[in-house]
Design a protein around this ligand. Sequence first.
Ligand SMILES: Nc1ncnc2c1ncn2[C@@H]1O[C@H](COP(=O)(O)OP(=O)(O)O)[C@@H](O)[C@H]1O
Ligand SMILES: [Mg+2]
Ligand SMILES: [Zn+2]
Length: 320
Amino acid sequence: MAQCNGCLKDNTTGFCSSCETLLFNRSKVRPQLNFNWEDISKRIDSQPMGFSISGVQRKGFIGKPRGVEFVPKMTVDEKSQYIIKPMLSRFNLPDQSPANEHATMQMAKQLFNIRIAECAFMTFANGTPAYITKRFDYDVSGKKLNQEDFASVLQAAHKYTSKTYQDVGEWLSPLNRVDFLRILIFNFLIGNGDVHLKNISLLETADRDMMLSPSYDLMNTKIHLTDNLLALNLFKEFEQTRLPLGEKYRYSCHDFIEFGTRLKIREPIITKTIDSFDKKESQVLAMVDKSFLSEEAKELYKKNVAENYNLYRQTKRVIT
Ligand SMILES: Nc1ncnc2c1ncn2[C@@H]1O[C@H](COP(=O)(O)OP(=O)(O)O)[C@@H](O)[C@H]1O
Ligand SMILES: [Mg+2]
Ligand SMILES: [Zn+2]
């Protein structure tokens, strides 16, 4: 017996019962789909309008009508409740991207209590890997909830010329600011250099407020390419964009403390947050080991996490 395809729990074949509840409204689902990526992509290619969801990775929509297996879907509607991503079509270890995203999302949720888009690791009929995520932008009654990413939020607010995590944080409700600090520390430590403005969104709540959405598109990008430590500057005034790769965004816990202070998070909460990440390195490494990644990808992932933790624990730099 292996790991659950949802939560990675030991001694499970396919999905454990709590993941069936969470992901599939209690129905039994086999982790192997009965269609291939080509069955989705050929439909996409025949669509003149293309797809509206952004990003560079290939992706499609699938739905799960009650009591039936998953089926490819053409359009986004209340019946295409899932997004599916096949493996990368280029870069290093491309077939590891679904397991990478799945493991990283589960770490965010299980080790760091970050609210995520629920997700699973599956395979197509031909055995190639797939990442699926359940859409969070529909409520239980099937109503579409407004979602707006920060590329458009900040663009709409003309006064923002710089686009840094500080700009995003200041825009957020104080209720979301600790979450945002945690999300940034998480992505720094697990090696995600892809948290650009399109990967951070606001989502309409039941009482029609716009609050930080569950996190999505989390992965260790370093497995697949040479990437920045983060995607954007933390601070408005330290423009690091032109620094060489490796130097750029070399933050440590002291920078995250400063970041939290600027967002007016209370000091004891910042300290607690910083420490809680510091304590979890071994659990992160253990979760990588339990994941669906290959041995080679696990080694790369763990090596990168160890390096990031070293940066995180660096002593305070004196800026001259
Ligand atoms: N579970 C989800 N529910 C609703 N929208 C989602 C979900 N996952 C991703 N999205 C939306 O789809 C877009 C593309 O997904 P993402 O995972 O970021 O793919 P890519 O790797 O191509 O950037 C995101 O920017 C986000 O707006
Ligand atoms: Mg994205
Ligand atoms: Zn499970």
